[in-house]
Design a protein around this ligand. Sequence first.
Ligand code: NAD
Ligand code: TYD
Length: 353
Amino acid sequence: MKKVLITGGAGFIGSHVVRLFLNNYPDYEVYNLDKLTYAGNLENLKDVETKPNYKFVKGDIVDQDFINKLFDEHQFLAVIHLAAESHVDRSITNPLEFVTTNVIGTVNLLNAAKRIWGCTKDKAVREDRIFYHVSTDEVYGSLGDTGYFLETTPYDPQSPYSASKASSDHFVRAYFNTYNLPVVISNCSNNYGANQFPEKLIPLFINNIKNSKPLPVYGDGKYTRDWLWVVDHARAIDVIMHKGKLGETYNIGGFNEWQNIELIKLMCRIMDKKLGRAEGESEKLITYVKDRPGHDRRYAIDAGKLNKELGWKPSVTFEEGLEKTVEWYLESEQWLKSVTSGEYQKYYQQQYA
Ligand code: NAD
Ligand code: TYD
């Protein structure tokens, strides 16, 4: 059996990647390594946790000794690295935590893979191993009204989160250039879908609309993001891991740009229907609040390389994906309740009071 390590598999995107790999590749033994921070939740994997080829390991990527032992014991053939601190607002409050997890944690994994795979510059890049680093389009910084991020766009991160992801990307490329470590990187736009922690825009607003709480729109609401359904991100990771070229970068995006305020109004309309409210009822909850410092104005990704070279494209329209997502949150009352109790209340108070 091929042993594959997925880090951060109990988080939002990681849980969808773990599920897709377990379902698509019964001959892979999937190890999910996760520290179970506030964002990690084994409930996300309830439907697949009894599969015979699934193993959960609780641990911290920052702990180098632990990582080295784990790699020695299992001799993984592939690593898909998603574990990270992932929320921009939290990075503004606590940047060092982002450096520790996102930069040092990544370098620990790179070192462990390099060691067990025996990678050095004098040996050819191994085609039978892969270190797949999952990154974000936020490393490219902010766009004006026109243009798209390409794989060749210079890095210009603006937030502590994107700076830490940019740094980790640089280390991954450095290990390819310096040690011939077989790596691939993808930079994806904003994801949405089931199991996303309700600190990010879409699940936070779904939860607030449901509970008739104010919808805190940062600044003028005219910030633009490209949105991709999380299952389509997991499908792209599958395609890139199996067909991508080592040493390359692939941008992943939804071909789907929305100004925040327009997206929020769409969510309000969908929720009005689902909750049997009068049209326009939920929009009354929109409340403009103080802007996020260093707020990137616009992200827009050109995923043409992935589309042309590897044949990937999103499988659902935004309206379909958003509707599925709203339905999932409305049906998953218990999940929402468990993640929004305790610490979440404190976070919410500090962030939005
Ligand atoms: P998430 O915050 O939902 O999940 C992160 C997971 O990593 C959690 O399960 C957490 O417990 C785990 N983790 C955190 N620190 C750890 C540590 N020290 N050791 C082991 N596990 C640890 O994040 P997400 O939204 O699923 O993002 C996953 C990856 O995808 C991240 O690398 C992120 O930068 C990237 N990404 C996210 C988006 C997005 O829209 N969410 C878009 C592009 C790229
Ligand atoms: P977010 O989901 O945090 O993702 P990112 O910052 O990584 O793009 O935010 C998406 C957009 O929504 C971003 O422009 C910030 C904005 N936003 C709000 O207006 N209010 C909020 O409460 C949140 C969490 C985000």
